[in-house]
Design a protein around this ligand. Structure first.
Ligand code: GBH
Length: 597
């Protein structure tokens, strides 16, 4: 009933019953909500639409938008469209209880250049990597940060293993630094010290009962190979194949999960079009297509080496990790926005590898844009029929890095425009908004577009910047909501998700923005010469989700997660809003980003 509401006195009334405070007897009168609530109790829920009435007031039926006629929506997009368009915001956010499959992989992720340091240790120099050169060139990295020491993981293996044990992960994803193994990029000289470092890491992981997932290429190309053209020069396909061969041979007996490339899209666009990542080339037009073409072929060759030489004895899984935002069409009634969304991101790499060749849509759009730009042929190179055959099917699972949803629209000028919805929660990185609903849609899309492959989410995470606060409410919120959407995809949409990997274990070198944006579950104190690691609050939170293998129904008894503060249950979101409002974006740019295709 209405009562004394703190410093608001009797001016705010929360009651199901109105109380007459003028009358000395304080008579109570039920409001309409009291009847409604009584009916819910009586029916123990919501029995049927028909009974969704209560005395006096009619509930209006929910408004539904009319989907596009099925014939106008492309296949896999159509499935997502039909399923999710009628979904109300409430359903989107609704919590789902349940567990993942028994052998579900729970991990955290890192990459060599971002954490290792030891930049010229034990024979990695003098050739070094393109990231060593890039960070040492003034003006490229915020606050002149470099990966020279990074988190010093090269010398602090035990600390990292201890951190992994604390999270209680079942797998750890890390990458190998190519120049640590082959300093000039070729097999002319194999640096045993480099191999030993990774062998030791693998042994320590196995001893801790943590399964390794090894990325061959997370962006740190030997500078010697860049000097002869890098990914633009097609001889790199052979170089990469040889490098892969050496890793499979030497490390393969201890590894079951491999990733050839991390995010080819970022390599092509940030490294070769925008020039904000190494090798810092700023040359649009055909270059991103050539670079990507060679990467796709190099991936296929590495997969074949494994398949032909090592699969029988090592029996592992090899794949590629592509990054994809979910693309929510800005205007859901515009067919071409869907087309744009599906062709220019995932499809560029996944279509040739999972379905064979570039998608017809990709070919058509790039051709049209090339002709419109005055060229006589498409910027997109072609695969020969033999190449298509050799590339098609070179995967054992689907590796996915996902961070957020963007709102997409077609631009009349060469490509696709990404926009940010201002109502979405922000993070410590200007490009990253908290949009958990998109992950479920993306997973469903992948299932239908690429033949229902087993999917491992190889990265997913959020950052903060500015003052250090170990109580990272925003990260707990992020993991809770995103992982719950993965659970929905698994249980409700029958998506074959077999693993989830959080980015990242440690606060590390966030590429062009240096150490200013922190994605770690562990805080790394950079003013401490020992670079000590301290768990943030999200460590025990994520660890509880792992121990529970999902989100068991509280009705099924107490479990570790019930001890955690779930955002679903409490309004810790107030804190979250206050916190995100405090995050500064020194590099804030225009919210739109044009694909320079
Ligand atoms: C992943 O990239 C990487 O695999 C990982 O190494 C990285 O630390 C992590 O995500 C977090 O970024 O400032 O507009 O130029 C995800 C792709 C690459 C997206 C950098 C944001 C900067 C955009 N990210 N990019 S912008």
């Amino acid at each position: 009933m209405d009562g004394f509401e703190g410093n608001k006195g009797y001016s705010e009334r929360f009651g199901l019953h109105q109380v007459d405070f003028v009358d000395g007897n304080r008579p109570r009168t039920p409001k309409q909500s009291a009847y409604f609530f009584a009916q819910i109790i009586e029916q123990n829920g919501f029995v049927s639409r028909k009974q969704d009435h209560f005395e006096g007031v009619k509930i209006s039926p929910p408004r539904r938008s009319t989907p596009l006629p099925p014939s106008e929506v492309p296949s896999a997009s159509k499935v997502v469209w039909e399923k999710f368009t009628p979904q109300k915001k409430f359903d989107r956010q609704m919590y789902h209880y349940g567990n993942f499959s028994q052998n579900f992989l729970w991990g955290v992720s890192s990459s060599a250049y971002q954490i290792e340091g030891g930049w010229n240790a034990d024979g990695k120099g003098p050739s070094l990597s393109i990231w060593d050169k890039f960070t040492h060139t003034p003006g490229n990295i915020l606050q002149h940060d470099t990966g020279d020491i990074a988190c010093n993981s090269y010398n602090k293996m035990e600390d990292d293993i201890a951190a992994l044990k604390k999270v209680k992960v079942s797998h750890y994803r890390f990458s190998v630094s190519w120049p640590r193994i082959l300093p000039d990029g070729t097999t002319e000289y194999i640096n045993q010290a480099g191999l030993n470092y990774y062998k030791k890491l693998l042994d320590s992981l196995i001893a801790a009962n943590i399964q390794p997932q090894v990325t061959l290429y997370h962006w740190d190309l030997p500078q010697a190979l860049q000097d002869v053209g890098g990914w633009e020069n097609e001889t790199i396909i052979e170089r990469f194949r040889d490098y892969a061969d050496i890793l499979f041979e030497n490390l393969g007996p201890k590894v079951q999960l491999w990733i050839t490339f991390n995010e080819p899209f970022i390599i092509a666009i940030l490294g070769h079009v925008q020039g904000t990542h190494a090798p810092g080339i700023d040359r649009p037009d055909t270059l991103p297509y050539i670079v990507s073409h060679n990467i796709i072929k190099a991936h296929a060759e590495a997969w074949h080496v494994y398949n032909d030489k090592y699969r029988a004895s090592q029996n592992g899984m090899v794949s590629i990790t592509v990054n994809a935002d979910w693309a929510e069409p800005r205007n859901p009634y515009k067919q071409e926005d869907y087309d744009a969304a599906r062709s220019f991101y995932l499809g560029w790499y996944a279509h040739p590898i999972f379905n064979g060749d570039y998608s017809p849509l990709m070919k058509r759009s790039v051709l049209e844009q090339s002709l419109a730009g005055g060229l006589t042929k498409s910027r997109l190179p072609e695969f020969t029929p033999e190449e298509i055959k050799r590339i098609n099917g070179t995967y054992d699972y689907f590796g996915l890095n996902h961070y957020c949803t963007k709102s997409w629209t077609n631009s009349c000028y060469r490509g696709v425009v990404l926009l940010r919805d201002r109502t979405w929660l922000e993070s410590g990185s200007h490009w990253l908004t908290m949009t958990p609903f998109g992950l479920r849609r993306l997973l469903k899309f992948i299932k239908h577009e690429f033949g229902n492959p087993p999917i491992i989410i190889t990265e997913n995470g959020v950052s903060e910047n500015g003052p250090v606060d170990l109580n990272d409410v925003h990260r707990k919120y992020f993991y809770e909501k995103y992982i719950n959407q993965v659970l929905k995809a698994y249980l409700l949409d029958d998506v074959n998700v077999i693993g989830y990997t959080a980015w990242s274990l440690l606060d590390n070198l966030e590429w062009a923005v240096g150490y200013t944006e922190r994605f770690g579950l562990f805080y790394v104190n950079r003013s401490d010469p020992d670079l000590s690691r301290t768990p943030k609050a999200s460590v025990s939170f994520y660890s509880s989700i792992i121990s529970c293998n999902g989100f068991p129904d509280p009705a099924s008894g107490t479990h570790e997660l019930t001890k955690q503060k779930l955002c679903e249950k409490r309004t810790s979101l107030y804190g979250l809003f206050a916190r995100t409002a405090l995050m500064s974006h020194p590099q804030e740019r225009s919210p739109t980003f044009l694909f320079p295709l």
